[in-house]
Design a protein around this ligand. Structure first.
Ligand SMILES: *Cc1c(COP(=O)(O)O)cnc(C)c1O
Length: 485
């Protein structure tokens, strides 16, 4: 199996996830050399080690297209800013859709297009995505007008925010489709899974010259680009004089599907001096409980929170961590995954839990703690955090209080505060009640109050023409796709 095949297929035929056979290493000297490199150059150094059937020229071309100044509004792409004496924040929200999904989904389309070429695929690669919000828009922006591909996104009619809906409905490009499904996110997601499994649908698409592919966060092509920014942040800390080369750092990551933090784990396995990976959850604290007792259980209530991109009970990418914890025993992982599917839980046992515990630390924050953290950070550090990032900020305080660990820590910031302006505004003003304020009005008030500039994408959204208005039933999704093409 080559890297390009793994990227084209997404999921292995038996339902498992693709993992690298070995973790390529990066030496301390090579990390220090990154201090003089642009983000694009750093990305090429890391990606070249995984994408063994891509040429350096192809990788360089892809990263330059993905992380250009037209797409990212900060020349550092993933800038690292100092919050206090031992805390930094890495901002992953400078891409076109203002959330960290852009870091991978701006690059994935180029890797997909090249993968199709390499494997003699002459059909158009048609991406189908079900989204609960951020992923859909990021996929649309990434694949928009990339030759040889198209992107169709299904979102639940009830269940995404007004801004998110508007972001998707106004998408440009001549290969993008957005369809609302009457139902919730599960309906949309199950519907997409059924389309992938439907022979009749796959055949009908093939007759139109299209082959299906996915852009899920379990695709290795989404994981690999995320490894880059952990190295990049470390190089930036050296440049800023915050650490000496080789000195350990911690990362604190707001987590949902476990994709972002897993990339940090992969970076650590490659030789990046990471001490602890702090896994921050919201009230859906299935991962917190897993790190405490080694038992993963989805038999619990699902909560809607103000950090919706972390409202997840099944963190798919955790499978890649427990594979390492099981010493790469695929059969054992298969058993656990079967138990999860059939009984709703599995347990990795005490020994493996202890091994995981030496690298990870998990805690959670509820909505009240999240709002308080937004307010605190703004007062103390004059830094405006979005609710997802604030979950991590709160959890880091707990980590330090309980462990007395003084290792420098980078909080990974996953969204612009303006993507969740109404809640951020509540946090800054110290309000606790749910406000149903119009998102645009909240953005303007937030800008006035804090002086933090509103991103152009939010300002412009109001005036963009709505281009996608299709709506279908849960049973009509396949028909809707075929009609769209
Ligand atoms: C997707 C997302 C997350 C969760 O990332 P995972 O890789 O799923 O753990 C956190 N914050 C924001 C804003 C996101 O969009």
């Amino acid at each position: 199996m080559t890297a390009s095949q793994a990227i084209l297929r997404g999921l292995a035929p038996d339902g498992g996830l693709y993992v690298p056979t070995i973790f390529p290493t990066v030496s301390s000297r090579q990390i220090s050399q990154m201090t003089d490199m642009s983000y694009e150059q750093r990305a090429a150094v890391i990606l070249e080690r995984y994408l063994e059937d891509y040429s350096m020229k192809e990788i360089t071309g892809a990263v330059q297209a993905a992380y250009s100044r037209e797409r990212f509004d900060d020349p550092a792409v993933a800038p690292v800013r100092k919050l206090d004496a031992s805390t930094w924040v890495m901002e992953l929200f400078h891409g076109p859709t203002l959330a960290f999904k852009d870091m991978a989904l701006q690059l994935l389309p180029h890797l997909t297009r090249l993968a199709a070429e390499k494997n003699g695929e002459t059909k158009e690669v048609s991406i189908l995505v079900a989204t609960s919000g951020d992923t859909g828009k990021a996929a649309l922006e990434g694949f928009r007008d990339v030759a040889g591909t198209s992107c169709t996104v299904f979102y639940p009619l009830e269940g995404v925010s007004d801004i998110q809906k508007l972001q998707m409905m106004t998408t440009g490009g001549n290969n993008t489709h957005v369809i609302a499904v009457r139902g919730n996110f599960d309906d949309a997601q199950t519907g997409v899974k059924e389309l992938f499994a439907s022979e009749a649908f796959v055949r009908a698409m093939a007759e139109k010259g299209k082959v299906l592919s996915s852009a899920n966060s379990i695709n290795f092509g989404r994981l690999a680009p995320q490894i880059v920014y952990y190295f990049s942040a470390y190089a930036d800390l050296i440049s800023q004089g915050a650490i000496r080369p080789g000195e350990a750092v911690n990362f604190c990551v707001p987590t949902g599907n476990f994709g972002n933090i897993l990339a940090g784990f992969y970076a650590r396995n490659m030789g990046l001096p990471v001490n602890r990976l702090i896994c921050a959850s919201n009230r859906n604290k299935v991962l917190t409980d897993f790190f405490h007792d080694g038992r993963y259980s989805v038999l619990r209530t699902f909560f809607k929170t103000i950090s919706p991109s972390m409202d997840i009970l099944v963190s798919s990418n955790l499978e890649r961590l427990i594979y390492e914890a099981a010493d790469r025993d695929g059969e054992l992982v298969r058993t656990w995954m079967r138990q999860l599917k059939e009984c709703g839980s599995y347990s990795v046992g005490e020994q493996r839990r202890d091994w995981i515990d030496s690298v990870f630390w998990g805690e959670c924050a509820d909505d009240v703690e999240t709002l308080r953290e937004i307010g605190l950070r703004f007062q103390q550090d004059h830094y405006l955090m979005d609710p997802h990032t604030a979950v991590a900020g709160h959890v880091l305080r707990q980590y330090r209080r309980r462990t007395n660990d003084t290792t420098p820590c980078v909080i990974v910031s996953t969204a612009s505060p303006y993507k969740f302006a109404a809640d951020v505004l509540r946090g800054v003003k110290g309000e606790r009640e749910v406000a149903s304020q119009d998102a645009f009005a909240a953005s303007e008030e937030l800008e006035k109050l804090t002086g933090v500039p509103m991103p152009a994408q939010v300002r412009e959204l109001r005036n963009l023409p709505v281009r996608h208005t299709a709506v279908c039933d849960r049973d009509g999704m396949g028909q809707a796709v075929l009609e769209a093409f």
